[in-house]
Design a protein around this ligand. Structure first.
Ligand code: NIG
Ligand code: FE
Length: 401
């Protein structure tokens, strides 16, 4: 006997399963039972016996239904802002120059250390609600503006609390290797000692990190230093990700791939060999057009090489006060199309299926498939490409079970 569905939706379904554009079913149906997707297919194929007296039936013909969106790279929790640095950059001072002169990330570290946990939750809540208006149902949040044990723990607790408060799936990444804090100036290796011996083990013991991230760059950490952090992550059983090749080609993509990283992020300067390494490792390339635009970068990531070698591409906001003060994932999709020439279909796959993979959540979210979480977005649009086309003004109805 077929059990009754809790709900069934009729409409265009962009399942985002691979194989066909958008995995689209133009006259489709999604059935939900017990918080999970229980049926997806042609409208005509819904078994009549699955519709009981209590099944909620919604006919949404003329709209499109997608999976919940996933922002797989954010620094949502931070104190203060860097609008003065933005102004300075427009007047000709580069992102790297501000960082080298001790402003940049370190100024946000000072503001974040000074903020209470409650204040951090409050300001990040506003940014998170902005993201959620776009239909974001899963968000990754990094630490990395604390850079000492207490402040890193404070950031990660705030990230977890945001998930609770807003009923959204939060994945945290420990980003202790984001910058060298002022008290370790000129002693980067000693800071890495503290990270691997003290800070990361304590964060892991509290269960506050789902992954470990780092910033491999001339103005941040060397490959040897990142290697030590990633080896410590491996000892603790935590997956890794990496800010790689953002400002220079530092072989970051290959380094991330050599650790089987979930993702390598930014990648403007990644070489063809780096792209091949990502493909071999199954590491997702996370593209961050908000940062590209805001730092005034000129070299887009090697999208053609990623396509040729079969590297999955995700798209994220990178929401942060320095390089990407962006809290709209739909806008990130538009920017990925306009600045990096992604197709609208690649952009939508980049915030659904591939973003799920970048967080190790492919079994749970990212496509509309039987067994996955029933987190659906209903869009009043004639075609799913419109999600990348409009620059603002399109918001979904979010349906969660
Ligand atoms: O993803 N690249 C390094 N980290 C951040 C920027 C952080 C900041 O400038 O505050 C990024 O772009
Ligand atoms: Fe980032």
């Amino acid at each position: 006997m077929i059990e009754f569905l809790d709900a069934v939706f009729y409409g265009g379904i962009a399942t985002m399963r691979p194989g066909t554009p958008y995995g689209a079913i133009a006259k489709g149906a999604v059935g939900v039972r017990g918080g999970r997707i229980a049926f997806v297919g042609e409208r005509s194929a819904v078994p009549a016996a699955a519709i009981g007296p209590a099944t909620a039936v919604r006919d949404l013909a003329g709209t499109w239904i997608t999976p919940g969106l996933i922002d797989c790279h954010t620094h949502l929790v931070f104190g203060g802002n860097r609008s003065a640095e933005f102004e300075e950059r427009l007047a000709g001072v580069s992102y790297e120059a501000a960082a080298r002169e001790g402003r940049g990330i370190l100024s946000t570290v000072a503001a974040t250390r000074a903020a209470s946990e409650a204040d951090l939750i409050e300001v990040a809540s506003r940014r998170l609600q902005t993201l959620m208006r776009d239909g974001v149902t899963t968000v990754e949040i990094k630490s990395g503006y604390g850079l000492c044990l207490d402040a890193e723990l404070k950031m990660l607790r705030a990230a977890r609390a945001l998930g609770q408060r807003h009923g959204i799936r939060v994945r945290t990444s420990f980003l202790g290797a984001h910058a060298i804090p002022a008290e370790f100036a000129g002693r980067a290796d000693a800071y890495v000692d503290a990270l691997v011996q003290e800070i990361l083990p304590a964060v892991a013991a509290e269960g506050l990190a789902d992954a470990v991230d780092g910033f491999a760059e001339a103005i941040a950490f060397s490959p040897a230093q990142i290697t030590r952090v990633f080896e410590a992550a491996a000892r603790l059983g935590l997956p890794v990700k990496l800010h790689a090749d953002q400002l220079t080609d530092g072989n970051g993509a290959a380094l991330a791939a050599s650790f089987g990283a979930l993702s390598a992020d930014h990648l403007e300067y990644t070489s063809d060999a780096g792209a091949r390494a990502l493909a071999r490792a199954g590491t997702v390339a996370v593209l961050l057009p908000g940062a590209y635009a805001t730092v005034g970068a000129r070299q887009p990531p090697p999208v053609a090489a990623f396509r040729t070698h079969g590297v999955a591409m995700a798209v994220a906001t990178d929401c942060n006060p320095g390089s990407s003060p962006l809290s709209s994932l739909l806008m990130a999709m538009n920017l990925a199309c306009c600045l990096f020439r992604l197709t609208p279909e690649e952009a939508l796959a980049g915030v659904t299926r591939h973003a799920a993979a970048a967080l190790g959540l492919s079994d749970e979210v990212g496509t509309i498939e039987v067994g996955k979480a029933a987190e659906l977005l209903i869009w009043d649009v004639g075609h799913p490409r419109e999600l990348s086309y409009w620059m603002g003004g399109v918001f979904p109805e979010v349906v969660l079970f």
